[in-house]
Each structure stands twice: as structure tokens, then as C-alpha cells.
Design a protein around this ligand. Structure first.
Ligand code: PMP
Length: 439
């Protein structure tokens, strides 16, 4: 009996003992193809010698130095690498231990920024429905996942939510893709006017929505319009790339493909690639200088922030993603994955949509393709698919999207970028067999 208090109190989970490339092995010797990189974490697979060596070397020189007293070489080097590749205007990196911490830091920094520039009346955030920004109370409060929020609603920071950019579900018949993108982006302006733009700190969104919707990218032009609206009302644009960043979509930062300049970006998951827990919040020089010239310190912090071992691992990861060409590899292999998914499921009567970018792909399941009607939630398509896939030796990330009554179940695929064509074929075969066993 496991005494680890995990997510599922009743689950009897296999015990993972070894990782090798894109596979994880359990204590019975069974192998699992890591088709979702856990939850879009393991971008380099499970036995990368360079990252492992970087961790070992760092352990030999310095284990830990509290950031209240000292900075460290791996933290400085990681920050410079990230800034060298970050969208224009982003100039400072705040290093934390994961995605939720990165989002919390972004929320608090943006509130403090408003205080520093003399706008204390700005106290609220706007985000989108069907979004996920983390499980701590601030991040959960801004997120738009009703099921995750509901029990904690009375004790959370509250935010208001506009529609996501979800073309498959929401573009009207006869509406052009561009018009659709502008229409849903304009909801931000409508919401600002409803709540009073002078009360809003920032707008928070995932460039490619991950956990709640299964790799849904915004349509072309959407984020440019969002940026215009934020500028018009002095609202910060915070992009949450915890899941879709770090090469996952084929560019180091997902927002590069949306031609948008955020004020703050959050990253995690692929940054440590699973080798170490690490996240980061990257902010504009303008925000940083307002704090520097004002209070002089950011009123926030965690004991393990900027941890040297985690930073050393992330340094090795980011070097591989950039100089080592692994972000490009995600773009190339992502095209192969997309083609393989289209070939296998393009005509499937219960696959309504195949979407995503790079090595970040989603399939949405429907009871009927023409009406796009979702499966009855009582059929528990997502949890049965997860179980069937595990039986077949495949880790994938199915989710029940019907919580708000209109979305279908979906599965998120986020395999390591090091996959070969044959391994992608194996992933698709296993997914197909798993789906066939439950439908
Ligand atoms: N933001 C997004 C977009 C995420 O997908 C996640 C995790 N799925 C988080 C924040 C929270 O990250 P963590 O689980 O590392 O706290």
C-alpha cells in the first residue's frame, strides 16, 4: 500500500523505477511510451546525459545558496540565456520552482508594478474560460477551469473570464477565421468596459491552451488585437507558457508564432525537462525598472528560488533547445506527428478535431462529427482512455472537457522532442488501439 499522498487516494499506481529515452519502466519491467512527456514536461526524454552531467557537476561545486544573500553562477547564466532568446522587451528573470509559483509571481509583480506607477485602484485580473494557470490560490483564482475552481471559490482571488479562442467550437458558420479571432479578442475590451478598465491589472492567457482544452492555439491576429486592447487601457499582458513554452510548439517561446510582445511570460515544465523542479517568470525592463526606481525590492520570494542545481539542469536544457536545435526538432517531429495523427484519425467518426503546434497536439472526441456533440460525461471517455492506454504501455493525457457542458473529451499529446519517426508511429498505433478498445 502506497503511503505517498498523491492525487488519487484510491488508485493503485505502477511504481516507476527507470527512464530511458522516451520510455519509463515500472517495477514489473513493463515499459510505457511517454506520449505526453508526463504533462508536457519531459522534452528531452528520460536519460539525457548532458543534463545529468550538468547536475552532477553542479553538486560537486555548490548545492545551495539562499537568494536573500547571494546569487549564483548557474542562475545568472540561465537568466542570460533565457533573455537572449526571449521576445523583445523582456529583460529580467525571476526563478522559482514550478509553474504555479511562476504564475503567482507574475500576479504579484504586476500588482506591485501598478502600485509603483501610482495606480493602486488596479486590483483585478481578467483571464479566459477553459484555461489553467496552476493550483495555488492566486493561479487557481485566475484560471477558468470550473471543476478545479469550484470547491475553493469562496477562498480565492477572483478574476473575470472571457471566451477562449477556440476555433473548432466557436467560429460561426460563414465567419472568416480572422473575423472570429477579432470577435473573441474584442471580448476583452467589452469586459474591461464592464468592470472599469482603471481597475484591471492584467490579462492572463496561454498562447496554446494545454491542460483544459488539449493544445488549442489562438487563430492568427487574435493576440495582436489583445495586445492593442491591453495597450489602450494600460493593462499588462501576461502570457502563461508553463506548458506550451520551451520549444514545445517548435519555437522556444510559443508566442513568437503569434507575433505578440507580452509584458510578462511564465515558463516551467520543459525548462527543467523533468530533471529538476524549476519555473521562471520573465518580465519587461519597464516593469523591472518601476520596481527598481520605486520600492527597490519585489515583495515576494521562496526559499528554493534560483536553486543552483535546478538552474544548472535548466541551463543544460535551454542550451540543448537553442544551440542544440531541439526546438527546431520539435517543429520537424511535430509535423510528422500531425501527419501521422491525421492519417490515423482524420476520418475517425469520433475524432472531431486534431490540432496543436509542434510536439503539442490534441484530439477532441465527439459522439457525432457533424453536430460536434460531446460524449455523455457518464461514459467517462477520458478516464477510460487513460486506463486503456496505460494497459497498452502508453502515457497520454486525456481530459474530460464536458465540465462546462459544451466541450468534448480530448487527449493531449506532448512527446519528447527526441522521438524518432518509428516511435511516433508506435505512439499513434498504441493510441489507436486504446481508443478502439473503449469505443
Ligand atoms: N500554467 C499552465 C499553463 C499549466 O499547464 C500548469 C500545469 N499544468 C501550470 C500553470 C501550473 O504548473 P505547476 O503544476 O508546475 O504548478
Amino acid at each position: 500500500m502506497s503511503q505517498v499522498f498523491g492525487r488519487h487516494t484510491k488508485a493503485n499506481l505502477p511504481v516507476a523505477v527507470r527512464g530511458d529515452g522516451i520510455y519509463i519502466f515500472d517495477s514489473n519491467g513493463k515499459s510505457y511510451l511517454d506520449g505526453s512527456g508526463g504533462a508536457a514536461v519531459s522534452c528531452l526524454g528520460h536519460s539525457d546525459v548532458d543534463v545529468i552531467q550538468a547536475i552532477k557537476s553542479q553538486l560537486d561545486s555548490l548545492d545551495f545558496a539562499h537568494t536573500g544573500f547571494l546569487t549564483s553562477e548557474p542562475a545568472e547564466s540561465l537568466a542570460s540565456k533565457l533573455i537572449a532568446h526571449a521576445p523583445t522587451g523582456l529583460e529580467r528573470v525571476y526563478l522559482v520552482s514550478g509553474g504555479s509559483e511562476a504564475v503567482e509571481a507574475a500576479l504579484k509583480l504586476s500588482r506591485q508594478y501598478m502600485l509603483e506607477i501610482g495606480q493602486p485602484e488596479r486590483t483585478r485580473f481578467i483571464a479566459r474560460r477553459q484555461s489553467y494557470h496552476g493550483n495555488t490560490l492566486g493561479a487557481l483564482g485566475t484560471g477558468g477551469n470550473l471543476w478545479r475552481r469550484e470547491p475553493f471559490d469562496p477562498v480565492m482571488v477572483s478574476a473575470s473570464h472571457i471566451a477562449p479562442c477556440y476555433e473548432y467550437r466557436d467560429r460561426a458558420d460563414g465567419e472568416s477565421v480572422e473575423d472570429y479571432g477579432q470577435r473573441v479578442a474584442n471580448e476583452l475590451e467589452e469586459e474591461l468596459l464592464r468592470v472599469g478598465p482603471e481597475t484591471v491589472i492584467g490579462f492572463l492567457a496561454e498562447p496554446v491552451v494545454g491542460a483544459t482544452s488539449g493544445a488549442v492555439p489562438a487563430v492568427k491576429g487574435y493576440f495582436r488585437r489583445i495586445r492593442e486592447i491591453c495597450d489602450k487601457y494600460g493593462v499588462l499582458l501576461i502570457l502563461d507558457e508553463v506548458m506550451c513554452g520551451m520549444g514545445r510548439t517548435g519555437t522556444l517561446f510559443a508566442c513568437e508564432q503569434d507575433d505578440v510582445r507580452p509584458d510578462i511570460v511564465t515558463i516551467a515544465k520543459g525548462l527543467g525537462a523533468g530533471y529538476q523542479p524549476i519555473g521562471a517568470m520573465i518580465c519587461s525592463g519597464e516593469i523591472y525598472r518601476a520596481i527598481e526606481n520605486g520600492t527597490g525590492f519585489f515583495q515576494h520570494g521562496h526559499t528554493y528560488m534560483g536553486h543552483p542545481i535546478a538552474c544548472a539542469a535548466a541551463n543544460a536544457v535551454v542550451t540543448k533547445l537553442t544551440d542544440g536545435g531541439y526546438s527546431n526538432q520539435a517543429a520537424t517531429m511535430g509535423n510528422y506527428l500531425n501527419d501521422a495523427l491525421q492519417a490515423e484519425f482524420g476520418q475517425h467518426p469520433n475524432v472531431g478535431d486534431i490540432r496543436g503546434r509542434g510536439m503539442f497536439r490534441g484530439l477532441e472526441f465527439v459522439a457525432d462529427r457533424d453536430s460536434k456533440s460531446p460524449f455523455d460525461p457518464n461514459l467517462k471517455i477520458a478516464s477510460r482512455l487513460k486506463a486503456a492506454a496505460m494497459d497498452n504501455g502508453l502515457i497520454c493525457y486525456p481530459m474530460n472537457g464536458t465540465i462546462d457542458g459544451v466541450r468534448g473529451d480530448h487527449v493531449l499529446l506532448a512527446p519528447p522532442f527526441i522521438c524518432t519517426n518509428a516511435q511516433i508511429d508506435e505512439l499513434v498505433d498504441k493510441l489507436s488501439a486504446s481508443l478502439a478498445s473503449i469505443l
